[in-house]
Design a protein around this ligand. Structure first.
Ligand code: SF4
Length: 285
């Protein structure tokens, strides 16, 4: 990753980021009150909105059915790998009826790159059959219905509701769990409890975009093992500053996707995405 790679994001606010990264992180002298935490949390959300105005779901999809299947396939793998796999799958099986009537071995071959392909074939064919038999071939837009589909839990349901139906939802994935705990928004470890506590901090209208921003930040800057603290725009709001690399030069080299001047995860990113699209399966970036 080159220095030029990082300066490529300059037009999208890198100067703000570098300036912010040099701001001294706040170390509260006394325990933070609930009110102060809520204010700080909302400020983080506002600042992330400036850093990632283009935050979006990182799975390619053209309709609720494709998003539902892609989200199920994304378990235990990257969105990139799913995006590289689904074009061939949806070209062959564009509707729930098509997928429900498929030959399982042929589906397995198509989705093999996403891993756990036998179990995932069962899940997506099962949910396609349930959509065909119980919902007239349409993806339902209600949480209660979605979680009854095979292989669909709350996280998948909220992804679909938030991004295909415009229903506000908090997506508690591994990045979201890690970051909200680093920021001391919650001490819970159970995703459902985390979701409930975060829902108390933010108005409903923010839930979907908050989820995207937090996940973007987790994937690009605040990584699990080596957070790029020295290149982070919200050090002044983060009680965990210093958990990762604080040297600005070294930290910048840890930035990923468009922040590092690299391709993103979507082969078809939405308009406004400042990075490069991901390469198709087998092609090099
Ligand atoms: S841990 Fe480091 S990278 Fe993560 S939000 Fe805090 S300051 Fe930023």
């Amino acid at each position: 990753m080159s220095a030029e790679g990082n300066s490529a994001v300059g037009e999208h606010g890198v100067s703000k980021r570098v300036k912010a990264a040099n701001r001294k992180p706040v170390k509260p002298a006394k325990p933070e009150s609930r009110l102060a935490m809520v204010r700080r949390a909302r400020k983080i959300n506002r600042e992330l909105a400036e850093v990632f105005p283009y935050a979006h779901p990182e799975l390619d999809f053209r309709n609720p059915f494709e998003l539902l299947v892609a989200t199920v396939l994304s378990a235990q793998t990257t969105d990139l790998r799913v995006n590289q796999t689904t074009p061939a799958l949806f070209a062959k099986y564009p509707t729930p009826e098509d997928l429900a009537a498929a030959v399982p071995e042929e589906v397995e071959e198509l989705i093999r790159p996403t891993g756990f392909f036998r179990a995932k074939t069962k899940s997506i064919m099962g949910l396609a059959a349930a959509l065909r038999d119980d919902f007239g071939g349409e993806v339902p837009g209600r949480l209660d219905d979605l979680v009854k589909l095979p292989g669909v839990g709350r996280k998948t349901a909220f992804v679909v509701l938030g991004n295909a139906f415009g229903v506000p939802g908090i997506t508690v994935d591994t990045h979201f769990m890690r970051l909200v705990r680093r920021w001391k928004w919650t001490e819970q470890e159970d995703p459902v409890k985390i979701e409930a506590e975060i829902a108390e901090i933010f108005p409903k209208s923010e839930w979907t975009m908050l989820s995207h921003r937090v996940i973007f930040h987790g994937r690009r800057i605040c990584h699990a093992r080596k957070p790029a603290c020295g290149a982070c725009p919200i050090t002044h709001l983060c009680p965990s500053y210093g958990e990762g690399e604080t040297d600005p030069e070294k930290a910048r080299k840890l930035l990923k996707y468009e922040m590092g001047g690299l391709p993103g995860q979507r082969l078809n990113p939405p308009p406004g995405y400042p990075g490069r699209p991901a390469p198709p399966l087998g092609a090099s970036a």
